[in-house]
Design a protein. Structure first.
Length: 218
């Protein structure tokens, strides 16, 4: 087996996405989100090209031994009210990032992925730190996102989505997505319904928020 799968995160480079990365990102998406890939809910080449045309500063990849092992997609938004209900399609312009608003105050995390064989090695954390660096460099007030409640399907008969999220936040349950978000400094705000068509989360997501500690009032 290639050492690609066993090296630690210190060997990983977080860098801006380029057009040449697009085929590898598509393959990464297929392997990272096999369940969503069956429904077509992963990035396609035309969407990734649109991201680079609209907001290249917000697109990152994690590279290990010249292979793409992670990626993160972001855009700038301005929500009114600040915790406005939304769906993934609406806030991302149906995946094209045409809703990117350069004058906004919030970095929106549209997607983050790591290859299944290198998860739990700190690569996702480094991608999140790369996003935080973008938010701080651009003097954005915060970073938000909608994280699908990945394991909710296993508890839906016993718990409401809100009860489930609170148990995860209280470390009484573990969720592959929300637990990771909380570990990376995000706060759980509320539940988003019909966020993304997804059998595992039953279409529910957590509205998460990270506040930029270095934000300067404009």
């Amino acid at each position: 087996m290639s050492s690609f799968y066993v090296l630690d995160s210190d060997s990983v480079l977080i860098r801006p996405t380029t057009l040449d990365d697009i085929p590898e990102i598509v393959k990464l998406q297929e392997e990272s989100f096999a369940d969503l890939a069956k429904m077509g809910n992963i990035w396609h080449p035309d969407e990734l090209r649109s991201h680079l045309d609209i907001f290249p500063e917000g697109q990152l990849v994690a590279e290990l031994e010249k292979k793409i092992v992670g990626s993160a997609t972001s855009l700038i938004v301005q929500l009114n009210p600040i915790y406005e209900d939304h769906t993934w399609k609406r806030i991302t312009g149906d995946g094209m990032l045409t809703t990117h608003f350069p004058a906004g105050d919030t970095l929106y995390g549209a997607d983050i992925s790591t290859h299944p064989r290198v998860r739990h090695r700190g690569i996702g954390h480094k991608l999140y730190q790369g996003r935080k660096d973008i938010a701080m460099r651009m003097n954005l007030k915060r970073m938000i996102g909608g994280g699908r409640l990945y394991n909710y399907c296993e508890y839906s008969e016993k718990l409401s989505p809100l009860e489930y999220a609170h148990k995860v936040a209280d470390c009484k349950l573990h969720d592959l997505v929300l637990s990771f978000d909380l570990i990376n400094g995000f706060n759980f705000i509320k539940i988003l319904s019909n966020y993304l068509e997804d059998a595992r989360s039953l279409n529910y997501a957590s509205f998460i928020e990270w506040i930029n500690p270095h934000y300067r009032q404009r």
